[in-house]
Design a protein around this ligand. Sequence first.
Ligand code: V1P
Ligand code: CA
Ligand code: ZN
Length: 393
Amino acid sequence: EYGITKPKGSKVSFHYNAEMEKYHFGEHHPMKPWRLTLTKSLVSAYGMNFAMDNYTSRAATYEELTSFHTDDYIDHLATVAPQPQPLDVENNNPDLRFNLGGSDCPLFEGLYNYCSMSAGASFDAARKICSNQSDIAIAWGGGLHHAKKAEASGFCYINDIVIAILQLLRIHARVLYIDIDVHHGDGVEEAFFSTDRVMTVSFHKYDPQYFFPGTGALEDNGPKSEHNPGAHHAINVPLNDGITDEQYSKLFESVISKVIEKFRPGAIALQCGADSLAGDRLGRFNLLVEGHASCVEFCKKLNIPLVIFGGGGYTPRNVARAWAYETAVAIGQHKNIPTQIPIHTVWRDRFKNESLLPTIHQILGEPRQNRNTQKRLTEIVQHVTEQLRFVNA
Ligand code: V1P
Ligand code: CA
Ligand code: ZN
């Protein structure tokens, strides 16, 4: 429709299953799985699917889930009742042990299916990279970076990213993980804390007291012990409210280019949480779709096999705009698509006459005052450069 054809450049695959949209975390919960429907619908309305290999993803198997998580935890998730159990610490209520059933990680109908669908898409995306069938593989339903080996956290039950990276490690000696969600990618960082085969880099709002999860200080760079190969392989970029496109993309490029030069990864896993956009219900930054997408553009230009995951994102129309535009970046068509959102059944009612690339004044939600000084951003780059002196790949 918009002249999008099979590209000669990167081979891109899109991993999606419409089933994920039918799950609900609860009425007042910020995580809305139907933002994935909105994204997919926009991607289709622009005709982008013609330029990609489209896969209906499947649920991850028990073996795939337990490649990272404990059997105990997965067994419990699979059988858990949809209603929270009565609080009973003395009787060792397993829901409490696994951090399930609270307001962040509620137990809802079909929870296990939702989690295994998310992980299935990310697993398949990683496999397409391993088999060389894709240069870029996209799984917007994944990116659930807070989940731990035996614990749910921050809306995340299964860490699909860790599961995908474990697959990439079967083929690639070194994998770089990059996380542009507004929250610290603590689950992925922790999972690879003691290996030098994965370097993790998270950009996030950092406030140990008042912003979730409270970890990811500049000085936290992996185990302090010199004998642990994982030392210096965790990079954290803590930021304040209101960072702009210009500051963020410059910072991203200087940090990531230095990391690539020293670490020389064979594959990149990029978590694209859209809660770093301006106006996000939970976020604090002032990024526009262009600034957010410039990170994807930069990674694509490196010509290193790339898996792209979703993540957070709590103002659904902004999330769908960003992920649709980033899909266009992946297929190399972002400069060619019209910014006027196409007329489409789901979109016509939801978007009226909104642009795909709203300005800071047009984007849904209120922008924040910028509290990031140039001095601090320079300090951050300096610290990262010093950490990388210890890295020799
Ligand atoms: O702040 C907390 C916890 C709850 N308190 C005990 C501290 N939780 C946050 C969790 C944010 C998770 C982000 C996930 C992701 O990185 C990846 C998918 O984007 C939280 C917040 C908040 N404003 O930070 N939970 C909620 N809001 C919440 C609000 C309404 C209903 C349920 C949860
Ligand atoms: Ca992050
Ligand atoms: Zn987030």
